[in-house]
Design a protein around this ligand. Structure first.
Ligand SMILES: N[C@@H](CCC[C@H](N)C(=O)O)C(=O)O
Length: 279
C-alpha cells in the first residue's frame, strides 16, 4: 500500500488536510471513505475538511474555470460530502500554492465548485478572498432553527453554500451543539445548511458560533462569517462599503461589502504539519 503526502493547515482554527494532487491521479482514491478516515480526529489525522489540490484541467466538473484558474480546490467536509465553497480553506490553499512556488504574484484565482474565487496576499500576511455576492432565499417563507429547547427565526442565505443565520443575545443560548440543530421547514433548506449563531459585540462587530454542515461545531467558517456579516449589515441598515469584524472561537475575520455587493473576507492562513499517510 503506497502512502500519499499531506499538509495540515488552518484558517482561524478551521482546519484542513491538504492533499497535493497536481495531475489528478488521486481523484478516485480520495473517495468519501478515505476523506472520513483522514479527517477522523482519533483514528486519522483529524480535520474539519479535506482539500485535494489539483490542476483545474484535471477535473471535468470545473474545467470551464481553467482559463481563469490553474488550480482547483476540491473541498470535502469531514463526513466526505462535497461543498460548493470554503472561505477558510481557499486562503489556506492559496498559502500552500504560494509557499511551494506553485503560484506567483500577490493575486491568485482558484477554481471551486461555487465558481472561481480571487485571493489577494495582503502586506501584513493576511489573505483576502473575493467571496462573491450573498444570495438570500428567493421565497419569503419564514425559516427557523431549533436547538437547546429554543426556536429562532433564521435568515437563509447562500455564499454560495447554504447558511441559516440566527441572531441571539448570548452565544451560550445555542447550548452544547453536540447534535445538529433542526432546520424548519425542511423545504426551506433543500441542501441542508450551515448554521450561524450571531451575537453583537459592538458597532459593526459581531461574534459567531457555527454548526457546519457535514462536520459539526467548528471553531470558524469563512462562508458562515460572510453570511453572518451580510445578515448583520442588512439588519443594521449598514451602507455600501461596510466593514464588520467577526469573532469566532478560533480568532477574528473581517468582512467588507464592496459597493457592487461583492463580499471580501480577510483573515489568516497557516500551514503546519507535513507528512505521509497510507489511505
Ligand atoms: N469551513 C468552510 C465551509 C465548508 C463547507 C461547509 N461545511 C458546507 O458544507 O457548506 C468555510 O470556511 O467556509
Amino acid at each position: 500500500m503506497s502512502g500519499i503526502s499531506f499538509v495540515k493547515g488552518h484558517g482561524t482554527q478551521n482546519d484542513f488536510v491538504l492533499v497535493p494532487d497536481a495531475d489528478g491521479a488521486l481523484a478516485g482514491r480520495l473517495d468519501e471513505a478515505a476523506v472520513r478516515r483522514l479527517a477522523d480526529r482519533y483514528a486519522g489525522i483529524g480535520a474539519d475538511g479535506v482539500i485535494r489540490v489539483t490542476r483545474t484541467e484535471t477535473a471535468a466538473e470545473v474545467r470551464e474555470q481553467a482559463d481563469d484558474a490553474e488550480w482547483f480546490m476540491d473541498y470535502r467536509n469531514a463526513d466526505g460530502s462535497v461543498a460548493e465553497m470554503c472561505g477558510n480553506g481557499v486562503r489556506v490553499m492559496a498559502r500552500y500554492l504560494w509557499e511551494n512556488s506553485l503560484a506567483d504574484g500577490p493575486v491568485l484565482t482558484l477554481a471551486t465548485r461555487g465558481g472561481a474565487r480571487t485571493v489577494h496576499a495582503e502586506q501584513d500576511g493576511q489573505i483576502t478572498v473575493e467571496m462573491g455576492r450573498a444570495k438570500p432565499a428567493a421565497t419569503r417563507q419564514l425559516a427557523f432553527v431549533c436547538t437547546a429547547g429554543r426556536t429562532w427565526e433564521a435568515v437563509p442565505v447562500r455564499v454560495p453554500n447554504p447558511h441559516a443565520v440566527v441572531f441571539v443575545d448570548d452565544l451560550d443560548e445555542a447550548g452544547s451543539l453536540t447534535t445538529q440543530p433542526d432546520l424548519r421547514p425542511a423545504a426551506a433548506f433543500p441542501d441542508s445548511a450551515n448554521i450561524e449563531f450571531v451575537a453583537d459585540r459592538g458597532h459593526k462587530h459581531i461574534a459567531m458560533r457555527v454548526w457546519e454542515r457535514g462536520v459539526g461545531e467548528t471553531r470558524s467558517c469563512g462562508t458562515g462569517v460572510c453570511a453572518a456579516a451580510w445578515a448583520a449589515m442588512r439588519r443594521d441598515g449598514a451602507g455600501a462599503g461596510s466593514r464588520y469584524l467577526v469573532d469566532v472561537p478560533g480568532g477574528r475575520l473581517v468582512v467588507t461589502e464592496r459597493p457592487d455587493g461583492e463580499l471580501l473576507l480577510t483573515g489568516p492562513a497557516v500551514l503546519g504539519l507535513r507528512g505521509t499517510v497510507v489511505l
